[in-house]
Design a protein around this ligand. Structure first.
Ligand code: F6R
Length: 605
């Protein structure tokens, strides 16, 4: 994980870099650092803790027109001042920031120590600084190129040297890196939000690309030095989308952005009620599909669970949804007619990317569902369907999930049309209902005060349960994940019918159970299970559709959802769970946007 930002230009580099890093903190936030030139020498300031601690440590920023910065999510070595990046060589004349993992660092470190290099940190990154030092003869560029021959693993690197204070050298393999192009100033960064508002022109680097960045220009080559001509990518994200825009936290803002994100994701894909993917060029991809594998991690996996049920139900096609870190070590029985769908907000998740590659190695085509244009997954997949959620900054995913659900439904409707499992009128009716989901989510957002009050009431609990059947179970899993990751309250999701096979033993007086009741055909069955937990002292909060209010009347509290088609209900039923998690975390004083131990982009296995 980790975020990298570099600047070469006319303005003071420090505020530019720290502002860029603030938009990359979602990638890691356990320590931060910056390297600039002061009085002809490299000056490194780095601090364990948040970026704000670094800014405080820097104080009044000294004048500097070039520098590199880093925000870290520790992999090798605890978060500490000394392990924070940038790292320097023995002489302090070279500084480096790195995102990724140098897999052979232990062997390299041993060798370099034998050669007389002094190491001060526990990180894998420090070996790169010493390797560059070892190979530095005529130019930094050549030294970095030589060092790259020795390192194995994943990296996005940025390096500066006291001998050549006008340039940043950067290189990439398996970790994201972009170059922002300004007038008389240029940037490098791990992701687009870092440069939003500075420039909308970027190069999205591919693996094995090597860049020299100065204020005046950018040169891109491969690792051997052959020039590469890349297309400039125009960023269309509004700079405000990476700001809080008056909300206290990104997560709350992003919860409220869901109606618009859903609208944007649906735009242009439903014509006369029927899903049309001709613009996305998907028709051939599905021609001979007999089975779909859907693979993802965390929240994206939960979207895949909904996708499985929706596609099986209306397109009558077998779907298997699995967790990427498990799937990649299975011995899958691939067959002709298999299609892989990977789902990833960031498009950089290491396990998901590995599954994509594994499927392609086995001759299976891959469709990616992602939010980030130019991400590794978007670039490597055979076809891409984008979610148009805009930048999601809070670590806990909200609007990316609801837009992933939209894509799942679009796929289900598209496949149903293609496979003629339903007549056009029925499908057009469903298409129309899907188009209305933006308005339906707006209605649920109006329940905020009630959900906040409930969170206030239950803020001190130690454990919670989320129950549901069918699609409600898939959403229950997402609700439990949201609550545990940001409020640190133990939360378990169970299929309502499974509880009595063991976990019912955990239900005791006062334990809150959030019960999802949006599936008309299963509501009565779920209520029987709710009675079982109530009989053991649980307090039950029902998240139920208006039309099922009667069925849910024995629950202690009700949060009402509009009466939508049960198939589409996950899009609305997840919202109260996201808000509940948010307010529980707020009442408990947790850092909602940056929960402990986590990072948004998980580029390690
Ligand atoms: C939870 C969350 C994570 C991600 C997971 C996959 O709120 O955000 O569980 O969903 O790390 O990330 P992506 O979708 O970027 O592959």
């Amino acid at each position: 994980m980790c975020g990298i930002m570099g600047y070469a230009g006319r303005n003071n580099a420090i505020p530019v870099i720290t502002h860029g890093l603030s938009n990359l903190e979602y990638r890691g936030y356990d320590s931060a650092g910056i390297a600039i030139f002061k009085d002809g020498q490299i000056m490194i300031t780095k601090k364990a803790g948040r970026l704000a601690d670094l800014v405080k440590a820097i104080g009044e920023p000294p004048a500097a027109n070039l520098g590199i910065g880093h925000t870290r999510w520790a992999t090798h070595g605890v978060p500490s001042d000394v392990n924070a990046h940038p790292h320097a060589d023995c002489s302090g004349r070279i500084a480096i920031v790195h995102n990724g993992i140098i897999e052979n660092y232990a062997a390299l470190r041993k060798e370099l120590i034998l050669e007389g290099h002094d190491f001060i940190s526990d990180t894998d990154t420090e070996v790169v600084a010493h390797l560059v030092e070892k190979f530095y003869a005529d130019s930094l560029e050549n030294a970095v190129r030589k060092a790259l021959n020795y390192i194995e693993g994943s990296f996005a690197l940025a390096v500066i040297s006291q001998e050549e204070p006008d340039k940043i050298i950067a290189a990439k393999k398996d970790s994201p890196l972009i170059v922002g192009l300004g007038a008389g100033e240029n940037y490098i960064a791990s992701d687009i939000p870092a440069i939003l508002g500075k420039t909308d022109k970027v190069y999205i680097l591919d693996d094995y690309e090597f860049v020299v960045v100065t204020a005046e220009g950018v040169t891109i080559t491969d690792f051997s030095g052959n020039l590469i001509n890349k297309e400039i990518f125009n960023v269309t994200w509004d700079p405000i989308s990476a700001e809080k825009a008056g909300y206290e936290h990104f997560m709350l803002k992003e919860i409220h952005e869901q109606p618009d994100a859903i609208r944007q994701t649906l735009r242009g894909k439903i014509k006369d009620g029927l899903v049309d993917f001709s613009e996305q060029g998907l028709d051939e991809l599905f021609d001979d599909v007999k089975k779909i594998y859907m693979v993802a991690c965390g929240t994206a996996y939960h979207a895949g669970l909904v996708g499985r049920l929706a596609i099986e139900k209306i397109a009558r096609l077998p779907v298997e949804t699995d967790i990427a870190s498990e799937f990649r070590y299975r011995d899958v029985l691939w067959s002709p007619g298999d299609l892989m769908i990977v789902i990833s907000q960031s498009g950089e998740t290491a396990d998901t990317l590995a599954v994509l590659r594994e499927a392609q190695r086995n001759g299976v085509k891959v469709l990616a569902v992602t939010n980030v244009v130019g991400s590794s997954i978007a670039r490597e997949a055979d076809k891409v369907l984008y979610t148009y959620a805009g930048p999601e900054i809070a670590v806990a995913s909200t609007k990316a999930y609801s837009t992933q659900l939209v894509i799942m439904y679009l796929l289900a409707l598209y496949l149903a049309k293609k496979r003629k499992t339903y007549d056009q009128k029925t499908l057009a009716g469903l298409g129309k209902e899907l188009l209305d989901m933006d308005v339906m989510t707006e209605k649920v957002l109006q329940e905020e005060e009630k959900i906040k009050r409930l969170a206030g009431k239950y803020q001190n609990v130690e454990s919670t349960f989320f129950l549901g059947r069918g699609l409600d179970y898939a959403v229950a899993m997402e609700g439990a994940l949201k609550l545990k990751e940001i409020s640190y309250i133990h939360a378990e999701a169970y299929a309502a019918g499974e509880l009595k096979h063991g976990p019912l033993a955990l239900i005791d007086t006062g334990v809150p159970v959030l019960a999802l009741i949006s599936q008309d055909a299963l509501a009565a069955k779920s209520m029987s299970n709710i009675k079982e937990v109530k009989a053991r002292g649980a307090v039950v909060v029902a998240v139920c559709k208006e039309n099922l209010q009667e069925v849910c009347q024995e629950c202690d509290e009700q949060i009402l959802l509009p009466d939508v088609n049960p198939l589409l209900a996950p899009i609305v039923s997840v919202i109260p769970l996201q808000m509940f998690a948010y307010y529980m975390a707020i009442f408990r004083g947790a850092d909602v946007d940056k929960p402990r131990n986590l990072a948004k982009s998980v580029t390690v296995e």
